[in-house]
Design a binder for this molecule. Sequence first.
Ligand SMILES: NC(=O)c1ccc[n+]([C@@H]2O[C@H](COP(=O)([O-])OP(=O)(O)OC[C@H]3O[C@@H](n4cnc5c(N)ncnc54)[C@H](O)[C@@H]3O)[C@@H](O)[C@H]2O)c1
Length: 464
Amino acid sequence: MQREESQADRRHFIKVAGAVSALGALHAPRVFAQAGSDHVLQLALVGAGGRGTGAAVDALTNAGYPIKLVALADVFPHRLQESLTALKQNFEGKPELIDVPEERQFIGFDAYKQAMDALRPGDIVIFASPLAFRWVHYQYAIDKGLHVFMEKPVVADGPTGKKMLELAKKADEKNLKSAVGLMIRHCRGRQELHQRIQDGEIGDIVAARAYRMHGPVATCFSTAKPEGKDELEWQIERFHSFIWASGGLFSDFYVHQIDEVCWMKNAWPVKAQALGGRHFRGDFVDQNFDAYAVEYTFDDGAVFFFDGRTMIGCRNDMSSVVLGSNGSAIVSASGHHPGKVRTFSSFGPDRDKVKWAFPQPEESPYALEWKDFVKAIVLDEPYNEVPRGVEASLVTSMGRMAAHTGQEITYEQMLNCPHEMAPGVADFAQTKTAPILADKDGRYPVPNPGTERRREYAESTESA
Ligand SMILES: NC(=O)c1ccc[n+]([C@@H]2O[C@H](COP(=O)([O-])OP(=O)(O)OC[C@H]3O[C@@H](n4cnc5c(N)ncnc54)[C@H](O)[C@@H]3O)[C@@H](O)[C@H]2O)c1
């Protein structure tokens, strides 16, 4: 009986999606052993902010399988309500997709548990809180038998990286699927470009450059905490300002382009050296630099230069290029989407010598990452993006640490650096203790390249 239901379930998916390969249809959908043909995937969102709300919309729009949102969790009630209102507006014509009554709206540091308790094994949970909570939430999801979509980056430090790699193994053992929001990996243009590069279209990649330069955005710059405001809540609200919470603006903003270039190279860099500094500190009390320049080196000697800047009035650029021994390629023309990837027979991106260009318009990778993820769940295909998400996050941290310490940092040093930035993160519901504290002037510890060499900011001010 169960088998019949599973097959009906699978047929239903094929009908709905209309895009499943004949090979895929041969797979037995073990995860849906208990499901009937009216089976509906349930979704919970943990971290109901801007991206979380967007990810829920992407999931509900692109799953290609019956799905509905049944629970929301956030630490702040107003964020949850804003998200719920936006979701209801977005799906005004399909109110059945947003099934989140008051009893499934959860607030606080343990809200993630309650939201996941509202799901059944085989359902999906989205993690879109700041990065520091990823491993805590992932651990609980694995215990509950849930598939996970987690936003990037996934770790800021080595000890947490190791923890996440262990958790990823456990997810595999339980046949759970894990997606990471490095959506560019799902862009069809970039996928074809990757294949063309592997097939030798531009020769061996010898160098690469990527820029992300724009004004200050999100919460990457902070002035002093308002009097009376809770310290931990303040740091979480302004998470791009704090390295423990987000990996700083460096990890949060730059991981995409660092990942896409390394993907094209088919390797992770073995070391990084970097420059960085703060031109205008003024009243700002956060931990970020406003300009970074990193040189990553790969095992074969190829180099990858990454420049990041968050300053007003300067040239804006958000692009990635790889240079091969026999040509070059644009990986990102301007921003994440559309990629507008192209290959060139010349060394520079000279439009006259275009070899190949991905046809426009292209489908959004934010939609494609959900199509790929849910297809893997329904057809029970292996799917775990966490190991490469951890590696991408650690390679990004390596560049950040090189800039913040003024030292050359290898991948092994980054992975084995004992500085765990938020050791108390699993216990915030009880302790409410912020991982770092401000000094008497309200300023948080900042990197001091050359002075602090083994860790990115001074230990003495940490409370945990
Ligand atoms: N893939 C992308 O292109 C992309 C784009 C934007 C953001 N992101 C990622 O998404 C994540 C969130 O970014 P955002 O821009 O949506 O920030 P945001 O501040 O809009 O949303 C974060 C939400 O998480 C909530 N939160 C914080 N700690 C929590 C906890 N312990 N439990 C439950 N909820 C918690 C906050 O209250 C907030 O509502 C970040 O990791 C960011 O890097 C990815």
